[in-house]
Design a protein around this ligand. Structure first.
Ligand code: ZN
Length: 244
């Protein structure tokens, strides 16, 4: 199986990407308040529930096509979130508020260096949840001025995380390393038809096709029923390594 080869997956991913753009478009004009921006951000991020359900309906979120479709859509939703965040109000910086948030979020573990989209999305959700707790359990949850100051600082934090991912995905070299890191993450999410929620990687090989295209191939085996799969991941940015 080759990532991106199934035309049904490609069509669905294209359609859902268009939907993400359509929802994001009106938010590009910017926001007067951080609260409006947070609301728009939630609207865009919540699109994941829609495509998660669609992918599960047509493929499976545990098979190769479903997992690779989710990864593409997670990336698209994060790029949409980046557009929304670009429209947040001017923020001069507020060291005190940023420090308080850093302390409130100190227990959130960092994400890997080359994260897959869903890892960033889960991290954004943790920050959102942490922010809710911070506001509700803070000294003065009714103090509008205080809440507003922290909303600015909160958005800055989310924007840093999303920008780092978006920049890495738009830069060929970091994109290549991200693609490589993702392969094992795909295997870790793959379930066998026999019900076993785990495959083992038996062999990894780098293949150069006659056309000159590179791809990584992972031969995986189910420990329970012995089913084997050859998973191929095109590496379109492989040649960019030579200019690194
Ligand atoms: Zn099996």
């Amino acid at each position: 199986m080759r990532a991106g080869a199934n035309p049904d997956v490609r069509r669905m991913v294209e359609r859902e990407k268009e939907n993400i753009q359509r929802i994001t478009e009106p938010f590009r004009k910017g926001f007067k308040t951080s609260r409006e921006c947070i609301g728009a951000l939630l609207a865009v991020l919540s699109l994941r529930q829609r495509y998660f359900a669609l992918v599960g309906e047509h493929f499976s979120v545990f098979d190769f096509d479903g997992i690779t479709a989710m990864d593409q859509l997670d990336e698209a939703v994060l790029l949409g979130a980046q557009e929304v965040l670009k429209g947040r109000p001017e923020y001069a910086g507020d060291e005190e508020a940023e420090k308080e948030l850093a302390e409130a979020f100190a227990n959130i573990p960092p994400i890997p260096q080359h994260p897959v989209g869903y890892m960033v999305l889960f991290q954004v959700r943790r920050i959102f949840e942490g922010f809710d707790v911070f506001i509700q359990e803070g000294d003065s949850p009714e103090d509008e001025k205080r809440v507003e100051r922290h909303e600015h600082a909160f958005l800055k934090r989310v924007a840093l995380l999303v920008d780092a991912f978006a920049t890495a995905r738009k830069t060929p070299i970091t994109r290549h390393f991200g693609d490589m890191a993702r392969e094992y993450s795909v295997v870790s999410r793959l379930h066998c038809r026999c019900g076993q929620p785990k495959y083992e990687v038996k062999m990894q090989s780098l293949i150069t096709e006659k056309s000159g295209e590179h791809l990584d191939r992972l031969d995986v085996k189910c420990g329970a029923c012995g089913d084997t799969q050859a998973l191929e991941f095109p590496l379109p940015f492989f040649n960019d390594l030579s200019i690194a």
